[in-house]
Design a protein around this ligand. Structure first.
Ligand code: SF4
Ligand code: SF4
Length: 427
């Protein structure tokens, strides 16, 4: 257990922590009695689902709502489906929440083991897209060979979150195997592992180039890594994939490596758990574990208005229900005391310029925010560089009026994307 003090940061200079060379084992939580998995659902979800309450499931089994469905989730436990219910996530994204009640006896699904002798991208997409770390296999599969570089995050994008760095340092065998498999099933030969500048030693045999980035936030965000490691500037409105680059977390790669080493689809999620007092642990729990179970395991009482953040303190999002599950991409669970939580306000902008001075994308944030507050998203995009924003959250962090600028930016991009898709569908 280590003490952190990210909540007491007084200056806008926020640094990534570098972990020592020798690290303790993760703290492993037992599988809970029930777990919940969020299966993405199209609007068309109806009673014709192939899944039903009472169905028996095995550990590592793929669960898809329909026989020909490309989306699926992986059951981390053996048991029976206890409920299927609609769930609405961030930005109104629809899911079906599949709750599974655990049996006392564990039975592993052997379908993957029977097929894993010959790795292929198709096999990876079929079985490992929902594995811990959320490997972005669909990006590789849909790129038509345009992805030429894979960048592996050995440093988490947010400060105080140590999951990727921990995994990169402690799971080198699986990391090496995962890199080898990725090279084998794609045409990508340029694989780069990046980590905090001073910790690049010790990865010589990994099968990838190793690069260090600065230890000051937001150096580990993809656009910054593109610039520092590849020397490429991400043009406004373009994605890393548009430039032929795909980012994997270290955990996504070790999920692939360990699946082919062991023949079993991994179901255990590693994450950084930070308590209200700033102490933190690297823990392992199965995907689908309700946040409540983690809090109970560490005697962390949550009071009204305390905040629970999934992901990092800069770019993560708050959840409002303790039964919210750990998902394959949940790299951190942070509990913030209500007295220390940064609440948004409806104070007006006082034009102090703090947001402009800190913005790494050199955006006139004080002007941008005026258009975002007025829901004038197209003007914000056309005239005030909305699409140059790298979503670091620093403007919200320093804003003296506590304007939720970062949230406005994400909402604006989402609304513009939705409008674009609706236009395309009606064309
Ligand atoms: S989140 Fe704010 S500070 Fe960060 S790049 Fe976007 S506008 Fe600039
Ligand atoms: S930091 Fe906040 S108050 Fe200051 S100029 Fe930016 S938006 Fe306005």
């Amino acid at each position: 257990m280590i003490k952190k003090a990210f909540l007491g940061l007084a200056t806008p200079q926020i640094n990534y922590e570098t972990l020592p060379a020798h690290l303790p084992e993760t703290e492993k939580l037992p599988a809970p009695k029930t777990i919940t998995l969020y299966h993405p659902k199209d609007d068309a979800y109806n009673v014709a689902s192939t899944l039903a309450i009472g169905d028996s499931v095995n550990t590592g089994q793929k669960l898809a709502l329909y026989a020909d469905e490309k989306n699926y989730v992986i059951s981390p436990i053996s048991g029976r489906i206890a409920s299927l219910s609609p769930y609405t996530g961030d930005f109104a994204k629809g899911y079906v929440a599949i709750t599974i009640a655990r049996d006392d006896t564990e039975t592993f699904d052997e379908t993957f083991q029977q097929k894993n002798q010959t790795p292929s991208l198709e096999l990876l997409c079929d079985y490992l897209a929902g594995a811990p770390g959320n490997p972005p296999l669909d990006v590789l599969a849909n790129s038509n060979g345009n992805i030429k570089t894979i960048i592996i995050r050995g440093l988490d994008p947010d400060p105080t979150v140590d999951t990727s760095q921990y995994i990169a340092q402690t799971r080198m065998k699986d990391l090496k195997k995962g890199i080898q498999i990725l090279k084998e099933v794609t045409d990508v030969q340029d694989v780069v592992l990046f980590t905090a500048g001073e910790t690049v030693q010790g990865y010589g045999h990994i099968g990838a180039r190793v690069a260090g980035v600065k230890t000051q936030y937001p150096a580990a965000l993809p656009p910054m890594v593109m610039k520092e490691v590849l020397g490429q500037v991400l043009p406004a409105g373009k994605t890393c994939e548009d430039l032929g680059v795909c980012f994997f977390s270290a955990e996504a790669v070790i999920s692939i490596g360990s699946a082919f080493e062991s023949g079993k689809i991994p179901t255990s999620k590693t994450l950084t758990f930070i308590k209200k007092d700033g102490t933190y642990r690297i823990i392992e729990t199965c995907t689908g574990t309700p946040i409540r179970n983690i809090l109970e395991a560490y005697d962390e009482a949550v009071n009204e208005f305390d905040r629970i953040i999934l992901g990092g303190p800069m770019t993560g999002s708050a959840v409002y229900a303790l039964d919210h599950p750990v998902r394959p991409d949940t790299d951190a669970v942070i509990v913030v005391d209500r007295d220390k939580a940064a609440y948004a306000s409806d104070y007006p902008c006082i034009n102090c310029g703090e947001c402009v001075r800190i913005c790494p994308a050199l955006i006139q944030v004080n002007m941008l925010v005026r258009f975002l507050e007025a829901n004038q998203y197209e003007e914000a995009a056309d005239n005030y560089d909305l699409y140059s924003c790298i979503e670091c959250g620093l403007c919200s962090y320093v804003c003296v009026s506590k304007i939720p600028i970062f949230q406005y930016i994400k909402l604006a991009k989402y609304e513009l994307e939705r409008a674009k898709m609706s236009e395309a569908a009606n064309a």
